[in-house]
Design a protein around this ligand. Structure first.
Ligand code: COD
Ligand code: ATP
Length: 200
């Protein structure tokens, strides 16, 4: 089974690529979605986050207040370390379970959409690594309504985009339109042996 790792800076367009790839029949494992699942109330990561962030990081329902956890974690390196320590191991376990299910289900290829692919060494699992690159700041601010300062903190919390591009096997440029992005992604995923003959 070919495992393709997709990363990029925050708001560079990973979701846009993985949504297109899923529409071409490629199995996508979304690490942001896994991160949401491992913090359900009662799970170990939830308990660890509440211990580190306090009850102020909870909604009245008892679920994590993701906006508040993000606000704190991206302003305080130690809190971010605590969040990563709580979540990354259970996320890896879930990823391995999903890879095993794909393998035994006969999938020829899977795409792992992982913002922290290199930071958390998930690239070791991958046959090919791809980075989506774009000028992030304005897209991030427009999507999430962050101030310039908030957006810059989030960008600074990740490996610099230039370093990700240097480490990847291929870079998918996303400075153009969404259609151009889809066309570039199709060419690169095809070359990586992930979507042979399945694009429109
Ligand atoms: C901080 C949290 C609560 C914010 O949740 P929210 O729903 O607002 O955002 P979402 O999860 O969709 O993340 C948005 C983007 O933020 C960036 N990001 C998220 N966590 C981190 C992190 N620990 N370090 C650097 N960037 C991160 C990624 O680019 C991600 O795509 C959440 O991202 C989280 O629990 N993060 C820790 C788990 C993790 O490392 N996730 C990244 C997947 S590899
Ligand atoms: N080519 C494009 N032109 C204009 N806007 C775009 C383009 N590609 C993506 N966007 C927009 O930029 C924002 C970020 O894209 P997307 O959510 O796919 O990024 P991401 O890398 O998945 O982000 P995250 O790291 O937060 O998961 C979204 O609002 C998306 O609609």
């Amino acid at each position: 089974m070919r495992i393709v790792g997709l990363t990029g800076g925050i708001a560079c367009g990973k979701s846009a690529v993985s949504t297109a790839a899923a529409s071409w029949g490629l199995r996508v494992i979304d690490m942001d979605e896994i991160a949401r699942r491992v913090v359900c109330p009662g799970l170990p990561a939830y308990t660890d986050i509440v211990a580190a962030f306090g009850d102020g990081a909870l909604l009245p329902s008892g679920e994590l207040n993701r906006t508040e956890v993000g606000r704190i974690a991206f302003s305080d390196r130690e809190k971010r370390r605590a969040l990563n320590a709580a979540t990354h191991r259970p996320m890896l376990m879930q990823l391995l379970a999903e890879l095993a299910a794909a393998l035994f289900g006969g999938e020829a290829a899977v795409l792992i959409d992982a913002p922290l692919l290199f930071e958390t060494s998930l690239h070791w699992l991958c046959c090919t690594t791809l980075v989506v690159a774009a000028t992030q700041l304005e897209r991030l601010r427009a999507r999430d309504g962050f101030s310039a300062e908030e957006a810059e903190k989030r960008i600074a919390a990740q490996m610099p985009l230039a370093e990700k591009c240097a480490r990847a096997d291929a870079v998918i440029d996303n400075e153009g339109t969404r259609d151009e992005l889809a066309a570039r992604a199709a060419t690169i995923l095809d070359a990586a042996g992930a979507i042979a003959g399945q694009t429109p």
